[in-house]
Design a protein around this ligand. Structure first.
Ligand code: P6P
Length: 363
């Protein structure tokens, strides 16, 4: 392997970015480095897997544990959450944290200084894939606390639209561990050098192709989809013989970070739309620590992230664990899906069955 001596580390990238803001205190950079440290530690734990007895359910011998999402927690879900807390609580950059794995926000413990940022994270996304050794990831979002934000930290402090994020990113624990980051000036990618323990800049300017021939959706939910989603997927499946005039490929990894990374690298569109499967839920994915950070990455890379109706970054959150329908990826495809949602919906029985387009998914 040719030994390159000129690679940029994450630290160097952050310091060079900070020179654009002479008044910067360095707090922001230090926070991102603490988040990166958490991801490095999670990367190591995920890599050890069952070698360290880390597969399986958390507290299995006591019947397991269920998080606020109603999901059984894996051992690595809980460990990853603890690692995020332990590496970020002491630095003096945060006023509080919120996590998919915790019902309520977490205050900075007495004895540690407090800062002006809020960290929101999904410590291990896609953890149903852990025990079968499929790529998983961590997702994080950084917001600013209001200057007069009181403590103990409230849910309301975090309920800011995604457009207020000052940074967002994810770590992908795949064949290599990567950190994908935006601080509002495009999207960059770092690859972990495990011998150095450093994230090295390997993708200095990630942009998403505006068009694609690849879509990702959990097709087992097709009978619950709303009409615009059915129409879009049907047209993709009709391929050359249908209105799109080209064939499409389909992917579904059930690990959003892995889907997002594939789309960031080669284009594509991801859909986890609002559907009728559970009318009490406005979607499966969570707004604050899944949709918003991934949405910022997609928009910063020239892609688009939407609820199907509006840009996801414009949504004012109503709750810490709010769920939302999410479509993101290649700009032209997401805009097409939004157009389908904007068209007046034909009532299903108005179609004349004889001429209704035959579809694999039309019930
Ligand atoms: P399904 C993982 O649990 C997750 O939140 C996303 O990472 C992933 O895209 C989705 O849920 C998978 O959902 O219904 O296919 O299991």
């Amino acid at each position: 392997m040719p030994f390159r001596t000129n690679r940029t580390t994450l630290t160097q990238y952050l310091i060079e970015e900070r020179r654009r803001y002479p008044g910067a205190s360095g707090d922001f950079n230090a926070l991102i480095l603490d988040v990166a440290m958490a991801c490095k530690q999670i990367s190591k734990a995920v890599a050890y897997g069952e070698l360290a007895g880390l597969h399986g359910e958390h507290n299995a011998e006591e019947g397991g544990s269920i998080n606020i999402q109603g999901e059984a927690q894996k051992k690595l879900d809980v460990l990853s959450n603890d690692l995020f807390i332990k590496t970020n609580e002491w630095g003096g950059h945060l006023l509080g944290m919120a996590s998919e794995e915790m019902d309520d926000p977490l205050d900075i413990p007495e004895g540690y200084p407090k800062g002006r940022y809020l960290l929101v994270f999904d410590p291990l996304d896609g953890s149903s894939n852990i025990d079968v050794n499929v790529s998983v990831g961590s997702i994080f979002s950084i917001l600013r606390a209001a200057d007069d934000e009181p403590t103990p930290i409230s849910h309301e402090a975090f309920l800011q639209p995604g457009s207020k994020q000052v940074a967002a990113g994810y770590a992908l624990y795949g064949p290599s561990t990567m950190l994908i980051l935006t601080v509002g000036n495009g999207v960059v990618g770092f690859t972990l050098d495990p011998t150095l323990g450093e994230f090295m800049l390997t993708h200095p300017n990630l942009t998403i192709p505006e068009d694609t021939q690849e879509f990702a959706i959990n097709t087992s939910n097709s009978r619950f989809w709303e009409a615009p989603v059915k129409r879009y997927v049907d047209e993709c499946l009709a391929g050359k013989t249908g209105p799109r005039g080209k064939d499409f490929n389909m992917r579904w990894i059930a690990s959003m970070v892995a889907e997002a990374h594939r789309i960031l690298m080669r284009g594509g569109v991801f859909m986890y739309p609002r559907d009728t499967k559970d009318p009490s839920k406005a979607g499966k994915l969570r707004l604050l620590y899944e949709a918003n950070p991934v949405g910022m990455i997609m928009e910063q890379a020239g892609g688009r992230a939407s609820t199907g109706h509006v840009p996801v970054l414009d949504v004012k959150p109503s709750g810490l664990h709010q769920r939302i329908g999410l479509v993101f990826g290649s700009k032209n495809e997401v805009e097409r899906i939004e157009r389908y949602h904007a068209e007046p919906q034909k009532s299903r029985d108005s179609e004349i069955p004889l001429f209704a387009e035959r579809s694999l998914f039309r019930d």
